[in-house]
Design a protein around this ligand. Structure first.
Ligand SMILES: [Zn+2]
Length: 228
C-alpha cells in the first residue's frame, strides 16, 4: 500500500492539475491513497475527510504557511473536514481571482489551531527545506500541538536542492519529539518543475493508520481508509 499524502491540484495557484487527472495518474503509478493538500485552499471536489475516487482513496487536506524567524514554513492539515477549513481559507479555484493571504501575521499556533478545529492532523511539511534550527522549531511547534512531521519527502524533485537536514536526522527528531510520520511527493502536476512525480515518496499502511487515528474528524473504526 502506498499513500502519497502531499499533492497539489488546480485549487493551488501554482498548479493546473485537475483532481480527476491526479486520480488516474495515481492508479497508473500504483498510489492507493492521495492526500489533497492545496495551498491555502480546499479543493471544491472534497466533501469528507476520507472519500473514494475510482480505485483510489482521497484524504482531504490543506497546506498552510506562516513565517517563523524570517523563514516560511508550511504546515499540512490531513483528514480535515473540508467545510470547516473552507470557512477559514475559502475554496478558491485556479484563476478565480480569489486569494487568501495567510501571510506573515499568522502564527504556527493559529494554523495548527485551524487544522485541529477542522478535526485534522497537523504535520510539518518538508522539514529538510528550512534553514531554521529544526530542534528549536520543533520545540515551538510541539508546544502548540504539532502532531506529525514529513519524514518521507521527495527532496530531489523539489524546486530547491536539499535537504539541508538529512532524512535520517529528521527521523531521529520525529522519534525524539514523538511525532507521527507522514510523507509525500509534493506533486504539482505536469509542467511544474518537470513533474508530475506522483508517488515519488510517501508512507505505508501503518503510518497512514496512525495519522487517521489521531484525527478527530474520523471515527477510526468507521472511517479508516479502505484501500482497494
Ligand atoms: Zn506542497
Amino acid at each position: 500500500m502506498h499513500a502519497d499524502l502531499h499533492t497539489h491540484s488546480a485549487a493551488s495557484s501554482d498548479s493546473t492539475f485537475r483532481l480527476q487527472d491526479r486520480v488516474s495518474l495515481a492508479a497508473e503509478v500504483g498510489v492507493d491513497v492521495v492526500g489533497v493538500t492545496d495551498h491555502t485552499a480546499v479543493s471544491p471536489r472534497l466533501s469528507a475527510p476520507i472519500s473514494a475516487a475510482g480505485d483510489c482513496v482521497l484524504i482531504a487536506g490543506v497546506e498552510l504557511n506562516c513565517t517563523v524567524d524570517g523563514d516560511r514554513i508550511d504546515i499540512l492539515g490531513l483528514f480535515i473536514e473540508p467545510e470547516v477549513m473552507r470557512d477559514r481559507v475559502g475554496s478558491e479555484t485556479h484563476g478565480s481571482g480569489i486569494t487568501v493571504d495567510d501571510g506573515p501575521d499568522l502564527t504556527p499556533s493559529q494554523l495548527i489551531g485551524w487544522i485541529h478545529e477542522a478535526g485534522g492532523v497537523a504535520v510539518l511539511a518538508h522539514p529538510g527545506r528550512y534553514r531554521l534550527d529544526l530542534v528549536a522549531l520543533l520545540e515551538e511547534l510541539v508546544a502548540v500541538g504539532l502532531d506529525g512531521i514529513e519524514t518521507d519527502y521527495a527532496y530531489d524533485m523539489a524546486p530547491v536542492t536539499g535537504p539541508h537536514t538529512p532524512e535520517a536526522e529528521i527521523r531521529e527528531l520525529a522519534d525524539r519529539f514523538e511525532l507521527l510520520s507522514s510523507g509525500g511527493s509534493d506533486c504539482h502536476g505536469p509542467g511544474y518543475n518537470d513533474g508530475p512525480y506522483m508517488g515519488a515518496d510517501g508512507v505505508g499502511k501503518a503510518a497512514l493508520a496512525a495519522l487517521c487515528e489521531r484525527a478527530t474528524s474520523t471515527d477510526a473504526e468507521r472511517d479508516t481508509p479502505v484501500v482497494p
